[in-house]
Design a protein around this ligand. Structure first.
Ligand SMILES: [Ca+2]
Ligand SMILES: [Ca+2]
Ligand SMILES: [Ca+2]
Length: 596
C-alpha cells in the first residue's frame, strides 16, 4: 500500500477508525532514516573518487629483503595503467617490515602495502683453523664471506676449549634479522706455544707407529731424530723421542697403550639350581691385552625364572666393556635316567668291582655323576649281594639301579696260606729269643736257601703264588720270592708291603722287579727296611734283607755299571712309608757307588 492508497483509505474510513493516528508518526521516522542513508551513499561515492583502491591495484606486495629496487607499477595487477609513488612514501628493502605505500593513479591517490620479508638463511665460508693454545678466538674470526640481506649475528654453538692442545669439531651459528639460522662445523686445531699439536702422543696398541706429523698436526711436517726400530707397536710402553720441526728440536713422548675396550660374544645361559660363572656367558674375546671377565654385581636368585646380569670385561689397561645379558634358572627336580647298565656284576674276593664300562645315564641338566653303592656287599667274602649303580645330578636328584654282585672265591684264602706256612714254620729256625732283625734274617735265609729261581710267575696273585711255592713247588721268579717272603713276614706279625720297580724306571726294555718293604719297629715307631731274597749272580749276591734307601740306591748304581739302565731297585718312594736311614747290615758295595 503506497502513501496515496493509505491516504484514500484513511479518508474513507468511519469515525471509529481515528485510533490509527499514531501510525502516521512512524511513517515519518522511516522516511527520515531513508533520506539519511541516501545522503551517506552520495558522500561515500564522492569521497571514493579520491581514496578508493581500484581493482587493478594489489592490496599488498611482498618482497624478499635485499632486493635492489621496487617501482609503483610493481603494485599494479593490470600493467595498462600508469602509477607513481605519492610524495613522502618511505620504505627500506633491506629491513624486514610492513610499509604503507600511496600511489598516484590518474590523478587520484590510493593506498596499498609493501611487505619486506627475509626467508633466506645466511651463508658464509668456513674452513678448518689452527690456533695457538690460550688464544682469544671469537666466532666471527671463524667465518668469512658472510652473505645475507639483513644483519647477521655469528656465535659458537658451544665455546671451544682453547687451553688444551688437540683437534676438535667446532660449530658456529649464523643468524639473520629474521631468525633464519645456518650452522657450519669445522675442525679447530689448538697447538702449543711452539706450534706442536702434541708433545705426548698416545698410539693405540697394535696400530702402526705414527708418523712424525701427528706431533705437529700439519701433514708431512716434522721428522723423528730418534730411532724407532726398537719400538714394537704390539708392546705397551712410553718412549722419549726427539723431533725436528721447523728448524727446532723438541723432546716429545710417544706412548703405546691399549685404550680399546674388549669385545666378545655374549650368550645367555640356562642353569639348574646354580649360578653360572661370569665367564660362562663370554666367548670369542677380542682384545690386544689380557681380559678379566666378572659380574658387575654378583647375582643371586631365590626361585626359578630369568635373572638379568651385567658382565664386565676389563683389559689389562683398565678399559672395560659391560654386556647386559641374563640367565634362566630352572629348578632341577628331574632325576637322571640310567639308560644302560649291566644286569649283574662280578668280582673276586679281595679284588675290586669293575662296573663303570657299559653304564650310561642322562639328565635334563646335562650333568650327571655316576657311582657304585656297594655298602651292603662284603668284597672279601664270596657270595651274592645287591649293589646299586647311582646316577646323581647337580641338584642332588638321584636314580638308583639295583644290580646283583657275585663275589667269587679267589682260590687261595688267607687261612689256606697261613695253614701252609704253619707247616713249614719249624724250618724257619726262629726262636722266641730272637729280635726282629734276627727273625727277618731267618726268613731271608729260608727263602734264599730253599727256593729255586725260574721264570714261571704270572705276577698276579701273591697269595696263590706263595701258596703254590710253599706247598711244594719251591720255584719261581722275583715275584714268587717276594710273595713267599711277604706271606711269611706277615704270618710272623710284621707289617709289610710289596714293592715293584717304578714304571718310569723300566726303560730300554728292562723288565720289572718285586721285593718287600718290612717294618721291624712298631706301629708308632716304625723302622722300615727293604728286603729282597731273590738270588743274584756274584758279586751281587749280598745279604739284601735290611737295606736303607742309601744302600738300595748304591746297589742300583753298582748294577747299572754292568747292566746299563736296569734301575734295579728304583721305585716310587712317595707311595711307601719312609725308610729308616740307619744302616743295620753292612753290604759289600764298592764305596764309589755311595753318596752320589
Ligand atoms: Ca636472510
Ligand atoms: Ca683393550
Ligand atoms: Ca635333573
Amino acid at each position: 500500500m503506497d502513501y496515496k492508497d493509505y491516504r484514500s483509505k484513511y479518508n474513507s474510513a468511519p469515525v471509529r477508525e481515528e485510533k490509527k493516528v499514531p501510525n502516521s508518526g512512524k511513517q515519518i521516522i522511516y522516511a527520515i532514516v531513508a533520506l539519511f542513508a541516501l545522503l551517506c551513499i552520495v558522500v561515500a561515492i564522492l569521497l571514493g573518487s579520491v581514496f578508493a583502491r581500484p581493482d587493478f591495484v594489489a592490496r599488498s606486495v611482498t618482497v624478499e629483503a635485499g632486493r635492489n629496487s621496487i617501482t609503483a607499477s610493481d603494485f599494479l595487477l593490470d600493467k595498462n595503467h600508469a602509477a607513481e609513488f605519492a610524495d613522502g612514501v618511505s620504505y627500506s628493502l633491506s629491513e624486514v617490515g610492513e610499509y604503507k605505500i600511496k600511489l598516484v593513479i590518474d590523478g587520484a591517490v590510493c593506498s596499498t602495502k609493501l611487505i619486506v620479508v627475509d626467508t633466506n638463511a645466511p651463508t658464509a665460508t668456513v674452513t678448518d683453523l689452527s690456533v695457538r693454545r690460550g688464544s682469544d678466538l671469537q666466532a666471527e674470526d671463524c667465518v668469512s664471506n658472510v652473505m645475507d640481506a639483513t644483519v647477521v649475528d655469528v656465535k659458537f654453538k658451544k665455546k671451544p676449549d682453547l687451553d688444551e692442545t688437540g683437534s676438535r669439531d667446532v660449530t658456529v651459528i649464523l643468524e639473520d634479522g629474521a631468525g633464519n639460522k645456518t650452522e657450519y662445523t669445522f675442525v679447530l686445531t689448538v697447538v702449543d706455544e711452539h706450534g706442536l699439536l702434541y708433545t705426548h702422543y698416545v698410539s693405540e696398541l697394535g696400530e702402526d707407529l705414527p708418523a712424525a706429523d701427528v706431533f705437529t698436526g700439519k701433514e708431512g711436517s716434522g721428522e723423528y731424530l730418534s730411532e724407532l726400530s726398537g719400538i714394537s707397536k704390539d708392546a705397551a710402553g712410553i718412549y722419549m723421542l726427539q723431533l725436528l720441526y721447523e728448524g727446532m728440536t723438541y723432546d716429545v713422548v710417544l706412548e703405546i697403550a691399549d685404550r680399546t675396550p674388549p669385545s666378545a660374544t655374549v650368550t645367555p645361559q640356562t642353569c639348574y639350581n646354580k649360578i653360572p660363572s661370569a665367564s660362562d656367558f663370554i666367548s670369542n674375546i677380542v682384545d690386544k691385552s689380557r681380559v678379566v671377565v666378572s659380574y658387575e654385581t654378583q647375582p643371586s636368585f631365590t626361585a626359578s625364572g630369568t635373572v638379568n646380569v651385567n658382565i664386565v670385561l676389563t683389559d689389562a689397561f683398565g678399559n672395560s666393556t659391560v654386556y647386559s645379558t641374563y640367565f634362566t634358572v630352572t629348578n632341577d627336580t628331574e632325576a637322571p635316567v640310567i639308560v644302560t647298565a649291566p644286569d649283574s656284576l662280578e668280582a673276586d674276593a679281595g679284588g675290586t668291582i669293575i662296573w663303570r664300562a657299559g653304564v650310561e645315564a642322562t639328565d635334563d641338566s646335562g650333568h650327571v655323576e655316576l657311582s657304585l653303592d656297594h655298602a651292603a656287599a662284603n668284597l672279601d667274602v664270596p657270595g651274592k649281594y645287591t649293589v646299586y649303580i647311582v646316577a646323581k645330578d647337580g641338584a642332588g636328584n638321584e636314580t638308583r639301579r639295583a644290580v646283583t654282585l657275585t663275589v667269587h672265591d679267589a682260590g687261595v684264602t688267607e687261612d689256606m696260606l697261613n695253614a701252609t706256612i704253619a707247616k713249614i714254620e719249624k724250618d724257619l729256625l726262629i726262636t722266641s729269643r730272637m729280635n726282629s732283625e734276627e727273625k727277618v734274617y731267618a726268613v731271608f735265609r729260608y727263602v734264599y736257601d730253599t727256593m729255586k729261581y725260574s721264570n714261571t710267575s704270572k705276577h698276579i696273585d701273591w697269595r696263590k703264588e706263595a701258596y703254590e711255592a710253599l706247598s711244594g713247588a719251591y720255584t719261581g721268579d722275583c715275584f714268587t720270592y717276594c710273595a713267599v717272603s711277604y706271606a711269611i713276614l706277615r704270618y710272623l706279625g710284621f707289617d709289610a708291603h710289596i714293592v715293584e720297580r717304578a714304571e718310569s724306571a723300566k726303560i730300554e726294555g728292562t723288565g720289572t722287579h718285586f721285593w718287600v718293604l718290612v717294618n721291624i719297629g712298631s706301629a708308632t715307631e716304625p723302622a722300615w727296611y727293604h728286603f729282597d731274597a731273590t738270588p743274584q749272580r756274584s758279586p751281587y749276591n749280598l745279604a739284601t734283607y735290611l737295606m736303607t734307601n742309601s744302600q738300595l740306591e748304591a746297589y742300583t748304581r753298582w748294577r747299572n755299571a754292568d747292566y746299563k739302565l736296569e734301575n734295579y731297585y728304583t721305585y716310587d718312594v712317595e707311595k711307601f712309608p719312609e725308610v729308616s736311614k740307619r744302616p743295620l747290615v753292612s753290604l759289600e758295595i764298592p764305596a764309589e757307588y755311595f753318596g752320589q
